[in-house]
Structures are given as C-alpha cells and as structure tokens.
Design a protein around this ligand. Structure first.
Ligand code: 3PG
Length: 209
C-alpha cells in the first residue's frame, strides 16, 4: 500500500520496529492493530526486515514502511516487499532521488541546517530529525524552524512516552517516531499482550497532548 505523508503521520506516532525474526512479524502487526496504532517503520537493521515487511503488508490492515534504508538497493528491496514509505537515518541524496523518481514518500534523516537545506532543495517539506534526543530535542527543532518555517520534522531517536508531548506540542511536528512501545525484547519473546498495552498507552498519551 503506497502511503501519503498525512496518512503516515495521522496517528502522530510512527513505531520504529526491529524484528530479529520474521516469525514475530504477524504478532507484532496484530499488537499494533489491537493497540490502535496500525503503522510501522520496519528497520533494515536485521536480515528479517524484508520478509517481515511482506508479512505485515499482506495483512492489509497496517501501513508499513521501511526504516534504516541506507542505499538505493535497500530502497528496491523494501519496495519489492511492499513497503509504502522509506525512512533513512541520515540524508542520502541517492535514496531521496530514487524515491522521488518512483513517487514513493521518503523521510530522510536530518540533524543539521545543511541536511535540511539539501532536503528542501530536493522539494521535500517533511524530514526525520535524528537522533532527536542527542541533538538537542525540541529546542533544536524550534531553532531549525527559524530558517526553515515550511519544513515539518518527525523527531526520532531517544523519544519516549515522557518526551513525545514536548515534540508534538510544536506546530512543525506532525508526528514522532520511536521504539518505546515496541521494545525488541518483548517482540523477540512474543510478549504481544505487553506490546499491545504499551501501544495502547502511547495512543492514549498522544490523545491527551
Ligand atoms: C530510529 O531508527 O529511528 C531510531 O533508532 C529509533 O530510536 P529509539 O529506539 O530511540 O526510539
């Protein structure tokens, strides 16, 4: 399912998922659906990523993108698996160009004004801000918004249930990304009731923002 940015950010949280085994992909997807957050960025940090994306996409009830996409070859592997959007940790012009050429939504990682300039010059108006916690958090996003008032930032990296609200209070932040509601340890162990609870709590916390 090809996504658009407003659909990707509609729930205001993008769960960032590390799946060490594709055997857990369906259970995780079910937990996201039951918890009320049917969207996931499945990171290409593990060999299970492409197969996991395919399993989750096949269900038809979760919007699945690929994260930690580092090169054009991974863009194609992700899209072949059915990913609806592409996320990268850093700004990679080749990845951005490939996605734009294919009409695929792309959220490149940015951390500096130079990164944001490159994104704007490519015609993008929404970027990932990574690693958000280590790079100054909401304060840095506010500072970047000065010269880039048209840009929307999706902070990811070190975002937690406690800090998500600080980011979401900014007009230029449509959503945050994070793994706090889908901890790899619980996913690996198949503890999906606990994952559902964490997902549901994060959805409630965002509603309260
Ligand atoms: C990412 O790739 O976006 C981050 O690793 C997610 O960061 P977190 O695990 O600190 O939420």
């Amino acid at each position: 399912m090809r996504a658009d940015l407003s659909t990707i950010t509609a729930h205001r949280i993008i769960p960032v998922v590390v799946l060490n085994s594709a055997d857990r992909a369906d259970g995780l997807a079910q937990a996201l659906v039951e918890g009320g957050l049917p969207v996931a960025e499945v990171t290409f940090r593990t060999d299970a990523a492409a197969e996991s994306i395919a399993i989750m996409v096949r269900r038809g009830d979760v919007l699945v993108g690929a994260g930690t996409v580092l090169d054009v070859e991974q863009v194609h592997r992700a899209l072949d698996a059915g990913a609806g959007f592409i996320v990268s940790p850093g700004y990679n012009q080749a990845v951005v160009d490939e996605c734009l050429g294919l009409g695929v939504p792309v959220l490149p990682g940015t951390a500096t004004p130079s990164d944001v300039t490159a994104a704007v010059n490519s015609g993008l108006d929404t970027v990932k801000f990574f690693p958000a916690g280590a790079f100054g958090g909401a304060r840095t996003i506010k500072a970047l918004s000065g010269p880039f008032p048209q840009v929307r930032f999706i902070p990811t990296g070190g975002v937690s249930a406690e800090t998500a609200g600080e980011y979401l209070a900014l007009d230029c932040v449509p959503a945050v990304g994070g793994s706090w509601m889908v901890p790899a340890g619980l996913v690996d162990a198949g503890e999906f009731d606990q994952v559902t609870r964490l997902v549901s709590e994060s959805v409630d916390a965002v509603k309260a923002c």
